[in-house]
Design a protein around this ligand. Structure first.
Ligand code: NDP
Length: 251
């Protein structure tokens, strides 16, 4: 739909007054997205597993003059159903609605052949990367429907579109993510109140990338801050009417 990451130029107040939940906001791409959203006027709900990291991002947002965020700690591997409902209730009590949901948290698992892939690791990766985004979306849909212009963004990967050796459960979880986004986009297209898309960040300088490619020089990689155009575009009003798409964060 004409989006080009190099030329996209978001308005400074693109996300003014929008309530946006970012999962895995304490580090890596999620941290950059939370800072970028807050920098464009959003009230951000910072989800993550490690409270100290979330508090750091909180402080950075406030120091930069952003609207005061909320912190929502939850270990996605261990959380039971009631914890997701509690999160929904706390968002409803504080904000009454939700305008954006960035599913960013994820784990890599092992890089090993299917023949040797550890079964417990498989279950964990599928759970955190695919089942939790389904649960969180389902639980939060009533709050997203209250927005009238809500955006759900799932995080994909190149190996979620073309399978590659040794990417195991991670690749399969990202294929599933693309499928989940397409199904939900189709289900919500008629009402037109929620758009649902995927973003593939591409190779980015984070802890996950370093774990996947230990021999790589991180200085050759873009920083999370460098790939925010697609994250802003999909979350804000410029992508109204765009749904069921899977964008690349870099050309
Ligand atoms: P990081 O490993 O740097 O960050 C992952 C985030 O997810 C962290 O904030 C982490 O929290 C959080 N997280 C992991 N497990 C849990 C859990 N059990 N409960 C709650 N939070 C959890 O990864 P990236 O920033 O690189 O990746 C972000 C997204 O982008 C992922 O979905 C990834 O698959 C995708 N991606 C990344 C690419 C890259 O090159 N970096 C390329 C393609 C896709 P904590 O900090 O506390 O561990």
């Amino acid at each position: 739909m004409g989006f080009e990451p190099q030329t996209y130029s978001p308005e400074p107040d693109l996300l003014a007054d929008r309530i946006i939940l970012v999962t895995g906001a304490g580090s890596g791409i999620g941290r950059a997205a939370a800072l970028s959203y807050a920098g464009h006027g959003a009230r951000v709900i910072l989800h993550g597993r490690t409270v100290s990291k979330l508090e750091q991002v909180y402080d950075e947002i406030v120091a930069a003059g952003g609207r005061r965020p909320s912190i929502a700690p939850l270990n996605l591997l261990k959380a039971q159903a009631d914890a997701f409902y509690q999160l929904r209730d706390s968002i409803e009590d504080e904000f009454g609605q939700l305008d954006g949901l960035l599913h960013n948290a994820g784990i890599l698992g092992e890089r090993t052949p299917i023949e040797q892939y550890d079964i417990n690791t498989w279950v964990e990766v599928i759970h955190v990367n695919l089942t939790v985004p389904f649960v969180l979306t389902q639980v939060l849909l009533p709050l997203l429907n209250k927005s009238g212009d809500a955006s759900v963004v799932f995080t994909s990967s190149g190996v979620g579109r073309q399978g590659r050796a040794y990417w195991g459960a991670y690749a399969v979880s990202k294929f599933g993510t693309e499928g989940l986004a397409q199904v939900l986009a189709d289900e919500t297209a008629g009402a037109g109140r929620i758009r649902v898309n995927c973003v593939n960040p591409g190779r980015t300088r984070t802890a996950m990338r370093a774990a996947a490619y230990p021999a790589e020089d991180p200085n050759t990689l873009p920083q999370p801050e460098d790939i925010m155009a697609a994250y802003l575009y999909l979350m804000g009003p410029d992508s109204r009417g765009v749904t069921g798409q899977s964008l690349d964060a870099r050309a």
